[in-house]
Every structure is written in C-alpha cells, then in structure tokens.
Design a protein around this ligand. Structure first.
Ligand code: CP
Ligand code: NVA
Length: 317
C-alpha cells in the first residue's frame, strides 16, 4: 500500500502557528543571524512569484535561499502565461514540478488561495491584502532584540491604517502574548472587528483606540505603515479620503513623546516621509527600521528551513 504524502508545509499566517512554534522559528532566525552561510538547502529551488512590486521580500528571500545553499528564481506574473489564459491551477502544478517551495505575493485573494490549494509544494505568503506574516516575523525578531528578549511583557502601539501588517501583528500578539494597542480611523470593517474581538478573547492586552495618543501612551514600541497599501483602491478620491482620515495617526515627534522614554519606532518600509511618519522620527535616534529591514534575511532563512523540511517545529503549546 502506498503512503499518502504529507501535506506541504505552507507558511500562510502567523495565527496558524502555536506560540511554541513561533518561538522556535524566532530562535532559528537568531541562530541564522549569527551563523555563516550553510548548505542545508543545497540543490533546492525557491520560486519567487510576484504579482506586485517588492524590494525587501524579493531580495531577502533570494539572499536567504542562496545563504542556505539553494537557488531562487524570480517569476513576475506578467512574464508567465496567465494573461494568455493558462489557469492558476495549471500554473501552480507546473511550478511544483520544478521548485521545492514558492514565495507568493498577490493581493488577489482568490488567485492566492487557488494557487495554494493547487500547489504540491509549500507556499510562503509574501504579502496579501489581508496579511504580511514574513514581515511580522522579522518585526518580532527585531522587538525581541531591542527589548532584550522581553517581548511578552512589552506594550506595542500601532498608529495608522488598519491593514495587512496590522492583522499579522494581531495574530502575533494572540500567539506571543505581548500588549498590542491599535489606533486606526474608525469605522473598522466587520471582518476586522471580528478579528479584534477574537484576538482580545485570546489576549486581553490587545486593545483598540480611536485616539493615537491613547494607544501610544507609555508604549515600548510604536509601529506604523504606509497609508496606501498594495491592493488598495488607486482612485484619487478614495485615496484622498483615506489619507485625510489618517492625518491624526501620523507618527511625529509629538506622538513619540507620548510613548515610553526608551520607546523605539518600527516601519516595515517602503516609507512615505511626511505622510505616515515624519523624517524626524524615521531618521531619528529611536528608529530601528534598518535593523527591522536587515532582520528580514534571518527570519526568511528560518521560514525556509521549516518549509523545506530541514527543521521541525514543536506542535501545540
Ligand atoms: N516590507 C516589505 O515587504 O517590503 P517590499 O514590499 O519591498 O517587499
Ligand atoms: N501595507 C503595505 C506593506 C508593504 C510591505 C502594503 O501592503 O503595501
């Protein structure tokens, strides 16, 4: 009797992992950060498939697979046969013949979900309109470093758009137990309201504020992101309305002054100085955005080691 193959080890959402598994991934990332290149993934191919632009995700994963002895191939959606009618299912099956894992960025959720369901190899979520788990894993590594490992006792404030990063931060706070104080313009849409309620049931230190100063008050870290995300409406009136609603959430020196004395500032980048953050803050002494960007590399190495079956993660916990 032939054995049923194990399902691919997809890395789709932070919430899919237990706290013990996330802590192990973060420990693996820290180990990789202080280790030389290795050949643990020699002969393995990672397809880097992008529907939208990317600087950090693309290069950090390409460098990560190279540092592990494997090989990355960038596939831009417009270079494939999708626009000429090849189905997503056929595309996913064919990519599975050649690649050992796929890093996929697509803000078209149906495309993303269909690709995952047809892929025979692990798929890593390289950003959807809903979430950005690879970035938030790197943020957790960064916060662990700058807070001397005291992430669980930390208070993290989010001030800005309620977007893919916010949701992955909520998933991380649910699993890792830190305080997360989210300030974003109301109204929050129904599914995000539901996620907030679920997250608060798991971790009562997750709170929502309409006023950015209330959220940031006494925080150990202040985090923001672009006011327009990949996949948001490009319509100029919609964009203007979104940006107008976000004005009170800009992270400037006055808002940072409400945070704890040693509070750090994070932003996943790309940043828009003068919109979601002032130059004074992002280029100032409390900013840790370059460490955060650099930490994408070891965080992506840890994810690759797990999806490619080189390392296991604890279950449960
Ligand atoms: N932070 C991040 O994911 O950046 P890119 O869009 O450049 O990949
Ligand atoms: N929220 C941003 C993150 C970019 C890395 C976006 O989706 O554009």
């Amino acid at each position: 009797m032939s054995e049923t193959p194990a399902p691919p080890r997809h890395f789709l959402e932070i919430e899919d992992f237990s706290s013990a598994a996330l802590e192990r991934l973060l420990a693996l990332a820290a180990e990789r950060k202080s280790s030389p290149p290795s050949d643990k993934c020699r002969g393995r191919t990672l397809a880097l498939f992008f529907h939208q632009p990317s600087t950090r995700t693309r290069l950090s994963f390409a460098a990560a697979i190279a540092r592990l002895g494997g090989h990355g191939v960038v596939l831009l959606a417009e270079d494939l046969h999708l626009d000429r009618g090849e189905s997503v299912a056929d595309t996913a099956r064919v990519i599975s013949c050649y690649a050992d894992a796929v890093l996929l960025r697509s803000t078209e959720q149906t495309f993303f979900d269909d690709f995952v369901s047809c892929s025979e190899v692990p798929v890593i979520n390289g950003l959807t309109a809903r979430s950005h788990p690879c970035q938030v894993l790197a943020d957790m590594l960064t916060l662990g470093e700058v807070l001397d490992g005291a992430l669980e006792s930390a208070e993290v404030a989010w001030s800005g758009a309620f977007n893919n990063m916010t949701r992955s931060y909520l998933h991380a706070a649910m699993r890792l137990g830190f305080g997360l104080r989210v300030a974003a313009p109301p109204p929050i849409d129904e599914s995000d309201g539901e996620l907030l309620r679920l997250a608060q049931n798991v971790n009562p230190r997750i709170r929502f504020f309409e006023d950015a100063k209330d959220a940031v008050s006494g925080a150990d870290a202040v985090v923001t992101d672009a006011w327009s995300s990949l996949g948001d409406s490009e319509d100029s009136a919609a964009r203007a309305a979104r940006h107008a609603a976000l004005e009170p959430y800009r992270v400037d020196a006055a808002l940072m002054a409400c945070a704890g004395e040693d509070a750090v500032f994070l932003h996943c980048l790309p940043a828009h100085r003068g919109e979601e953050v002032t130059s004074e803050v992002i280029d100032g002494p409390r900013s840790r955005v370059w460490l955060e960007a650099a930490n994408r590399l070891p965080a992506q190495e840890a994810i690759l080691l797990w999806v490619l079956g080189v390392e296991d993660l604890p279950r449960g916990g």
